[in-house]
Design a protein around this ligand. Sequence first.
Ligand code: NCD
Length: 318
Amino acid sequence: MSFSQRHLLGIETLSPTEIRTLLDLSETYVDLNRSEAKHADALKGLTQINMFFEASTRTQASFELAGKRLGADVMNMTLQASSIKKGETLIDTALTLNAMHPDLLVVRHPHSGAVNLLAEKVNCAVLNAGDGRHEHPTQALLDALTIRRAKGRLHRLRIAICGDIAHSRVARSNIFLLGKMENRVTLIGPPTLMPAGVAEWGVEVTDDMAAGLKDADVVMMLRLQKERMDGGFIPSEREYYHRFGLDAAKLAYAAEDAIVMHPGPMNRGVEIDGTIADDINRSVIQEQVEMGVAVRMAAMELLARNLKASRADGGVMV
Ligand code: NCD
C-alpha cells in the first residue's frame, strides 16, 4: 500500500505518493458524505479519542463526524474537563488514556512538538489536529483536496498565502504540501509576521499585496493569531486591513478565476472582506469545511489499516 505512516504528525514526512493516495481515498468519502446513508465500516470496533487542549470548532466537529461515519466509538475530551486543570502532565494524561486501549488518538495542543512527544508514549495511531505553530496536517490535506477539485490539478499552480505566517501551523503544513507537489508559493504579509528562516523555505516572500497576488490561481487568507502573539506585531487592525485585508480591489490582481480560501475562524473586516468570503463564485471556504470531513475519514482509515497490519504482525506500535 502506498501509505506507510503509523501516525499523521505532519506533512513534512509524507511523500507525494502518500499525499495522492490520501486525497484519492478522500474523494470516495466526499461522495459517501453527500449520500443519504453516510456510513461505512472502516473503523468498526475501533476506539477514537479526541483530545483538544485548545479551542476548535471545525477540526473537532469534523474528526468526530468522520469517526462516527466510519463506525468507531468516539470520545471527546476537552481541556476544561480533563485533569490537566488539576496539574496532570500531558504525558500522564496520555498514558491514562492509553490504558483504555484507544486505536486512534486525535490531539490538538498549544505547544509545538507536544503531539510528536505524545506519539512516542502511546501504542495507537496519533493524528495531529494542530500543535502550536508547528503543523496541522489534515488542514493542509483538506486544502489540497479543495484546490485539486476546483482547479483540476495540484501542481504548477501559483498560490499566495497571506497574513500571519509566523504563528500559523496551517501555513507551515501548506507550504510543505504545496512545495512537494511542485507549486509556486508566495507568502504575503508584514515582515513582523514572517517566521525566522523563511528565506530557506523555497518560497517567495513579499509585503506587497499587489505584487504577491499577481496572477495567483489560489489566494489563501490567514487569521491574525493573537493568542500566539506576545507584543505589538501590527500597528492596528484598521491599518492591517488597509494593507493586507483581501477586498475586491486587491483580489483583482489575482488571476480572473482565482479561488479564495480561509481555514477559519474568519475575522471579517480584519483579514478578509465579508462580501468576498461569501461570494460563491470566488470563495471555496464552505467546500474546505466539507472536504475536512472526507480527508479525516481517509486519514483515519489509512492509519487504522496500518495499525491492524502491525498488530497482526505482532509488531508493537511505538
Ligand atoms: C486553524 C488552526 O486552528 O490552526 N483553524 C482550523 O483548524 N480550521 C487556523 C486558525 O486558528 O486561525
